[in-house]
Each structure stands twice: as structure tokens, then as C-alpha cells.
Design a protein around this ligand. Sequence first.
Ligand SMILES: NC(=O)c1ccc[n+]([C@@H]2O[C@H](COP(=O)([O-])OP(=O)(O)OC[C@H]3O[C@@H](n4cnc5c(N)ncnc54)[C@H](O)[C@@H]3O)[C@@H](O)[C@H]2O)c1
Length: 435
Amino acid sequence: MADRYLSFTGTAPGRFLTRRLGLPQPAALVRWSPERPALAGGLRHLTAGTSGLDLPPVLARTGIGPAGSDRAAAVVLDATGVRDVEGLAEVHAALHPVVRSIAASGRVVVLGAPLDPADHHQAAAQQALEGFTRSLGKEIGRGRTVNLVRLTDASAAESTLRFLLSPKSAYVSGQVIEVGPPQETTTPVDWARPLTGRTALVTGAARGIGEAVAETLAREGARVVVLDVPQAGQDARRVADRLGGTALLLDITAADAGARIAEALPDGLDLLIHNAGITRDRRLVNMPAERWISVLEVNLASVLRTTDALLKAGTLKRGGSIVATASIAGLAGNAGQTNYGASKAGVVGLVRSLAPRALAEHGVTVNAVAPGFIETKMTAAIPLFIREAGRRMNSLAQGGLPVDVAETTAWLAHPASGAVNGQIVRVCGQSLLGA
Ligand SMILES: NC(=O)c1ccc[n+]([C@@H]2O[C@H](COP(=O)([O-])OP(=O)(O)OC[C@H]3O[C@@H](n4cnc5c(N)ncnc54)[C@H](O)[C@@H]3O)[C@@H](O)[C@H]2O)c1
């Protein structure tokens, strides 16, 4: 369903009228394409406090040149050395003079340090960066995004910085991402096609977000297996054929789904993308048990079962990744979605608990994407007024596209993202719902 309001505000009369009426002014976001692989403009590197990060070589490798006196397309503020309220004054001093000149669809990336449990002044100052980031994200406008990365080592965060400083992260804003210590990578990373030689299984990939994920992972070099229910077989085969992959037709809720996936992939699997999901909305007072059970089965129980089965069978290879799909409804709750909200919150719990163990025992990272309002058949079915509210109630004042979730998934599945583990990354344009 096309966003006609966004098209209208892109015209001169539309801009004039919406400004006069004080209506939301969404900017057309700049997304990745082969013709436009990088942000247009330079990067400004600022520092607050005394940083111990070796950032310049990593920033140099992102491919964005330094911004001269002209508009910056991106600003990176290294605030890892901020330890107290005086340090926060340096955050203001660094960004206040430049924020106005950041280009439309530009990026602000704030770098912070982990909170020090032994120093409440440092913890207060570093937590302050979170409120700062989220507030700036809400006011900066013009399609610009603001995110906070907590890190201790710049090279471990290279894939994350490349993602956030590129058009691939167009709909990711107001997020706090923690990057852990560097992880061993066995092979040198091919930044152009980083998933070459890897096999990815995407559940629910016959259409919607899953189709976009399969397409993006294939673009990055992966061999994709398009899993969907037999009823969606025609679409699943069409997607698989287009991407040079294979279709695997099975209902993910089947008790033996894990075993059948393992059997279909005798050479193993590198990337397991749990995307299949359903909604069966009703308020709890009107919700029959079947609706509750079916949503929890598809969205949560099957994710738990297949993850366990594929880890146990050794199908998931070391160096691989699991990316599950949560939702902002699982973080903030949503009327009429007690079943869906419960299932998606369950996914968050699964990720947080399993991530450290899966990395230690299997060498596999576990993360989740939490989409907000994404333009798909699922959201096109929402009644007009609720749909319009869902679209506009975020800092970018528009819905995201399936490719926004796909690009975020590709970053989490990147072989250089081994230090990103246990994260729930919202792809929601900084939705006003939830934290
Ligand atoms: N669209 C949004 O705005 C939005 C927001 C938040 C979260 N999500 C989540 O993103 C994921 C994809 O959403 P979408 O909008 O693309 O949905 P969609 O309905 O367009 O596609 C879902 C796909 O999953 C498949 N599927 C459903 N049950 C299955 C099963 N038992 N076994 C195998 N395949 C099954 C369907 O056949 C379909 O192809 C879901 O997990 C959804 O909950 C979507």
C-alpha cells in the first residue's frame, strides 16, 4: 500500500501546506542502491572526554571521506571518555555547533562506554548519553538518524559503524547497540560480498519481510534456502529461483521441522533467520484459546524448537548467526495483541538468555530485529486510521520498508559482527511506542 501522504509532502505544494498546518513532514529516506552505496558527503569525527579508542583507521575504512568545511553527511562523536557531568558539557560543546549543518538523511553516531558498576559518576554520565541520543533522534528531523554504540574496541565495531554510517540503516534510529570484545574470525572479510560461501535459511521467505531478507542475503553472497508453508509453495519457488537458491516447503510448527531442515542441509547452515510470523488479533476478553495457541506456536515455540534442534544436531556452523524477529509490540505492548506481544517478548527473552551460551558453546551469535511499522501485506490489512497513526508515530514520520529489516539482518549476520551478540535492534524509525 503506497504511502500517498509521503509522496504528497515531497511536492512543493505539499511541503507548503503541511508546514502551514503543522502536520508531520516526513523526508524521503535515502536507501542503499548499487548506484548510491554510500552517504553523499563527508564524515566529521568529534571527541568528548579523553578517549582510548583507536578510531581513525576504522573510520577511514568506512569509505566516507572527512567532511571539510561543507555539510557533513555523518558525525561520529566519541564520548567513551565521558566520566562525569563536566564531560557531558563537552558533548554539548561538540555537537551544538554542527548539528544544524548535518545533511538530510545524515547520521549521528554517538560512541559510549559500558557502564562502570564501580563508578556511579561514570555510569550516570554514560547513561545520560542514552537519553541524549534518544532525544536528539526525536528532534533532529529531515530523515537524519541518531544512534548510540557502546563499545570498548573500535575494530570489533567496524561492521556496526559501516552499517550505521551507510544508507543501509535508513530506518534505524534511537537505538543503543552494545558491541562486545573482538571475536576471532577465521577468514579475512570480503566487505563487498561478505556472505560468499555461506548458507542462509530464512523462514517465511515467500513474501514480505522474509523475501526481502532472502534477497539481501543473496546480494551479499549467501546461498539462500527459502522456507515457507506448502500453501505458499509457488511464491517460495519463485523467490528461490530468482535468487539462485532452493525452496524448502514445510510448516515450521511441525514437531520434526528441525530434523527436516537438518536433513535438507547435510553440509550445514551458517545463518538461521527466524522470520515467519503470524497475527491473530483480538482483545483478551474475546480471544479463543486457538488464536492464542497458534500465534505462540508460530512466533515462539517453533523458534525455540528449531533453534534447539539445529544447535544440537550441529547443523549450525561455528562463526554463524541466528537472527530472530521480535516486534515493537513485544517491547511496548499493543491493544488487541496480547498473544502476539507475548510471543514477541518471548523471542527477546530467548535471545538474551541464549546469546552468551550459544557464542561460548557453539561459536554462534544470537540477535533479534524488532520491526516497527513496515509496509507489507500484514500492515496493509490494518484499518486506514490505525494504519495512518502507525505510520506517522515515529521520528521519521513514515513506515519502513521490508528492505530496512533485511539490511539490519544482513549486518547482524555479517561475519565481522561476531562482537554483536544478544542485541535487540529495533527497525522502527524510532517509534514513539516503547523504550
Ligand atoms: N510488517 C510489520 O510491520 C511487522 C512489524 C513487526 C514485526 N513483524 C514480523 O516480521 C515477520 C515478517 O512479517 P511480514 O509482515 O513479512 O509477514 P507476512 O505475513 O507478509 O509474511 C509471513 C510469511 O511467513 C509465512 N509463515 C507463516 N506461518 C508459517 C509457518 N507455520 N511455517 C512457515 N512459514 C510460515 C507466511 O506464509 C508468509 O510467507 C513476522 O515475524 C512478523 O511478526 C512485522
